[in-house]
Design a protein around this ligand. Structure first.
Ligand SMILES: Nc1nc2c(c(=O)[nH]1)N[C@H]1C(S)=C(S)[C@@H](COP(=O)(O)O)O[C@H]1N2
Ligand SMILES: [Mo]
Length: 246
């Protein structure tokens, strides 16, 4: 009885927080309650700012497989890849005071973080890799978020089922020390398979949150107007949880 009240309380908080009240079926409601419970439990037990486990160089998987899109495949991306992404630009915009347009050299010139972590895909495989790149926090501090910014959206270059892949996180994960914009895997430039030239690492969440082929980072007040409104490509299509904490 007590537990049920707690679940309802957390669920209500989540629904209000994400303004997802609209057209929810009872089954979706149940998912959302479970998601709220999961998120609440993780916040209480471990803390959303706790670090994901980091591993040693000898733990690195010999092969880091690619999953989902493994090559965006369109002419524009192919041209960028052939040129070593020399003219690729990362845009940081939306609800910021100073929008940024950064070349890869500029991204590489920022303070860097390197971390060896395990990637867990919801489809049931894991791999350990070493990732290098600036913390997302560094970019957001440079762009200076406006006070009404609540979510960070990652827009990707690849199209699946006629839409661009995208993902989003809240500001707790956005400012988490292990949330980085990676341009290297295992000490080498990110391969096309794994999201060249830039991909997110959101180490406290499942694999589908780690957007690859990122070309724009956007601060928003609400996820309602983005994609299908559920905060990510698979959240919109397959009912994947928006908060996929591990
Ligand atoms: N742009 C983009 N990002 C993506 C995907 C995708 O298809 N497109 N797939 C996601 C999924 S489900 C996983 S498990 C990881 C896979 O990363 P990897 O290709 O480096 O293994 O990327 C995630 N990010
Ligand atoms: Mo995945």
């Amino acid at each position: 009885m007590k537990r049920r009240n707690l679940l309802v309380g957390l669920g209500a908080g989540l629904v209000a927080g994400c303004s997802k009240v609209g057209a929810s079926t009872p089954m979706q409601k149940l998912f959302e309650l479970a998601e709220g419970w999961h998120r609440g439990a993780q916040r209480t037990l471990a803390g959303r700012n706790a670090l994901a486990r980091e591993f040693s160089p000898e733990d690195i998987s010999p092969y880091f497989r690619g999953n989902g899109t493994t090559d965006p495949g369109d002419a524009s991306y192919a041209a960028h890849a052939a040129a070593g992404f020399a003219d690729w630009k990362l845009a940081v915009g939306g609800l910021v005071d100073r929008p940024l347009l950064l070349s890869l050299d500029q991204v590489r010139a920022l303070p860097q973080r390197t971390q060896i972590t395990r990637h867990d895909c919801v489809e049931g495989w894991s791999a350990i890799g070493q990732w290098t790149g600036p913390q997302l926090k560094t970019l957001l501090d440079a762009a200076k978020l406006k006070p009404d910014a609540r979510f960070i959206v990652f827009h990707c270059a690849d199209m699946l089922e006629g839409a661009n892949y995208y993902e989003s996180i809240d500001l707790i994960d956005a400012f988490h020390p292990q949330t980085i914009v990676a341009h290297q895997l295992n000490g080498a430039p990110l391969p096309v398979t794994n999201g060249a030239p830039l991909r997110m690492r959101i180490e406290r969440q499942l694999g589908y949150k780690h957007a690859k082929y990122v070309n724009a980072i956007e601060a928003v007040a609400s996820l309602d107007g983005v994609g299908g409104g559920k905060g990510g490509f698979w959240e919109d299509r397959a009912g994947y949880q928006w908060y996929a904490g591990i």
